[in-house]
Design a protein around this ligand. Structure first.
Ligand code: PEP
Ligand code: MG
Length: 674
């Protein structure tokens, strides 16, 4: 065993993001890692465990590492702690007079109450007109007396097992509705159910003679409290998830109804302090016209699920909404974030007109989803899907996708101990290609690394993982795995219309090497050539588009990364990422330059980042000459409809004006005027 005494010097101590960095590094090694502070021990690979240590800046901690790679592990951890556990940006914030907390306060504006009008944070668009149902969960009656440790443990394990299958079902339900990313929320819940630290602490309570229900409630409440108190909003938001999953197990144990709210027969607008992600996913859209919560934020999992289910919602509307009398009539506007209590007859009439217009538009959109997206003056844009696996492909076709613009292959590589075998990969690729028939399927080679550690690829710890060995860099640095993926792809090519795309290209040399590998394998297999393209996610690639264009077949702009690298703002940053906007003129100029460079050589350009589905951005992207938009499956019908509503000439005019704007806000204002 190796030991190290070290002082934590980064500004917030072992909290939030630094703890996340610590865990990511620890997980790269097989050795057992324990962190000790003030006689409290934490598991170095459990985020919850480390967070609850409460090691502030200046704290002396002891690290014990035991196992085959203990030397390397200890060295990596030491280096990471000495270099501040990724907290440079906080030091700068302090120097410029701000702290994370003050910024959070500014972002989460308190709701205001006017006469009969409440306002909160818009969480899911749509208008709901109906009567209020105030929802409050009944308090649970918990038996504290143990019926014996063995018996209680069995009860707990059974309740956890039931919770796991419920969560699996919810995950599948979301996948079926095409909401892949939302489905992953329930994978996180399953992961929380397996957190070593939580299970051990429950065990310790059981040993003390507590019942399983009491032990579970105690540990979940304690841990959720610690998480909720963290200043990083992303991490503190996870308290709601821990609470949700913990109480799911508890209700299972007590034989209570789980995940469904008992509602009156006629549809209602739910008012509640908060709804958990599980509550929300179980809402029946036929019975729930909309919901409003006094707590919560727009990035909570509850808000994300409401959007996926198309239920209008307003969150964070303040405690006063809980005083609205049940049965009152309300108009909830999920786009504006307002709730009008006891509206006038005139106001109801107007809301009904708006609602009808929107409903007709939605129905029309779905009916003609499979038809091409052509502007009023005859310019066609291909609308294709971003997918994360075969389940999405089928749904994409139903929603009118004209192909797959981005297959994220990471799902095959993450969460496992060894790389996926060639035949396993080939089977998945072939299935998707077959399903999509003649439509193009753009498969992106694996885009992992840095912040997403994979145990079978050892990379040295990095201070700035987003600027480190990720994307194509990781592929080229691990040629066996990269070659295996290319081989599997080329072997499945005859099942459909395969295109291969390389992520995170920042330098032409990377393209040369990647293309060389593809040609070698093609020759070995005697396979037909396939179209090869690159993602434009780094400003250097956009700036050199005209130099790169002759050597590849297509470009696809990853606006999520292009925006973060152009504006030097981490897209996962708990505070700053909320203000990241792909409509920033600097990003738009890079998109314009990419299109110019590509079109000069007759090559096409797609956009596969989130910006492609932003209704405000679509006219600008079309006007800049983008040929294809690749968006999440549920967004396809609406994206096509927006394209049909614009004229190419007008879009070009707006795009040119946008390129001359000073800020993203100016671009958005420009769109409101036109
Ligand atoms: C992007 O960066 O815009 C993109 C589509 O890739 P990902 O979101 O998978 O990084
Ligand atoms: Mg990307």
């Amino acid at each position: 065993m190796k030991k190290l005494e070290i002082v934590i010097e980064n500004p917030t101590g072992l909290h939030a993001r630094p703890a996340k960095t610590f865990v990511n590094i620890a997980k790269k090694f097989s050795s057992d890692i324990v962190v000790i502070h003030n006689d409290k021990k934490a598991k170095g690979k459990s985020l919850i465990s480390l967070l609850t240590l409460g090691a502030e800046t200046g704290a002396q901690i002891q690290i014990e590492v035991d196992g085959d790679d203990e030397d390397q592990a200890l060295e990596a951890i030491k280096e990471a702690i000495e270099s501040g556990l990724g907290e440079e940006e906080l030091i700068q914030e302090k120097e410029t007079g701000g702290t994370q907390d003050t910024i959070v306060e500014k972002v989460q504006e308190p709701s205001t109450v006017k006469e009969g009008v409440f306002s909160g944070i818009p969480a899911s668009p749509g208008i709901a007109i109906g009567t209020v149902f105030q929802f409050k969960r009944a308090d649970l009656v918990i038996e504290e007396k143990s019926s014996g440790r063995k018996e209680e443990k069995k009860r707990l394990q059974e309740a956890i097992q039931t919770a796991k299958s419920q969560l699996k079902h919810l995950n599948e339900q979301m996948l079926e509705s095409g909401a892949t990313q939302e489905a992953a929320i329930f994978d996180v819940h399953v992961e929380l159910l397996s957190d070593e630290e939580i299970l051990e602490e429950i065990d310790a309570q059981l040993e003390r003679g507590q019942s399983a229900a009491k032990s579970l409630q105690y540990v979940i409440d304690e841990k959720a409290k610690v998480l909720a108190g963290l200043s990083d909003p992303v991490l503190s938001g996870r308290a709601a998830d821990l609470y949700d999953v913990g109480y799911r197990v508890l209700r299972n144990m007590l034989g209570e109804e789980v995940g469904s709210i008992e509602l009156p027969d006629s549809p209602v607008v739910i008012f509640a302090r908060d709804l958990s992600p599980s509550d929300t996913v179980s809402l029946d859209p036929d019975k729930v016209l909309g919901f409003c919560t006094s707590e919560g934020g727009p990035t909570s999992h509850t808000a994300i699920i409401a959007r996926a289910l198309s239920i209008p919602a307003v969150v964070g509307a303040g405690d006063n909404i809980l005083k609205v009398l049940p049965g009152s009539q309300v108009i909830l506007d999920g786009k504006a974030g307002t709730i009008l209590v006891e509206p006038s007859a005139e106001q109801v009439k107007q809301a009904q007109v708006n609602q009808d217009q929107e409903r007709t538009r939605q129905e029309r959109m779905l009916k003609i989803a499979s038809e091409p997206a052509v502007t009023k003056d005859g310019h066609r844009i291909e609308v294709v899907a971003n997918i994360g696996g075969p389940a999405d492909a089928e749904k994409a076709l139903q929603m009118g996708a004209e192909g797959v613009g981005l297959l994220r292959t990471e799902f095959l590589f993450l969460e496992r101990k060894t790389p996926p075998a060639e035949n396993e990969q080939q089977e998945v690729y072939s299935k998707i290609l077959e399903m999509m028939g003649r439509f193009p399927v753009i498969v992106r080679t694996f885009d992992v690394g840095g912040d997403k550690p994979i145990p079978y690829i050892q990379t040295p710890p990095e201070e700035n993982p987003f600027l480190g060995i990720r994307g194509i860099r990781l592929g080229l640095a691990n040629p066996e795995i990269f070659r295996e993926q290319i081989t599997a792809l080329l072997k499945s090519a005859n099942c459909g219309n395969l295109h291969i795309m390389f992520p995170m290209i920042s330098d032409i040399q990377e393209i040369i090497e990647a293309v060389q590998i593809v040609s070698e394998i093609q020759e070995e297999l005697n396979a037909d050539p396939v179209k090869l393209g690159i993602m434009i996610e780094v400003p250097s690639a956009a700036l050199l588009a005209d130099i790169i264009a002759p050597d590849i077949d297509f470009f696809s702009i990853g606006t999520n990364d292009l925006t973060q690298y152009t504006l030097a703002t981490d897209r996962m940053h708990g505070v700053l990422s909320k203000n990241l906007d792909g409509l920033h003129p600097a990003v738009l100029r890079l998109i314009a330059q990419t299109v110019q460079g590509a079109h000069q050589y007759g090559k096409w350009v797609g956009v596969c980042g989130e910006l492609g589905a932003d209704p405000a951005a679509i006219p600008i992207l079309v006007g800049l000459g983008v040929d294809e938009l690749s968006v999440s499956v549920p967004a396809i019908p609406e994206v096509k409809e927006i394209i049909r509503e614009i004229s190419f000439d007008k879009a070009k005019e707006i795009a040119q004006k946008a390129l001359k704007c000073k800020t993203a806000a100016d671009v958005r204002a420009l769109l409101n005027q036109s």
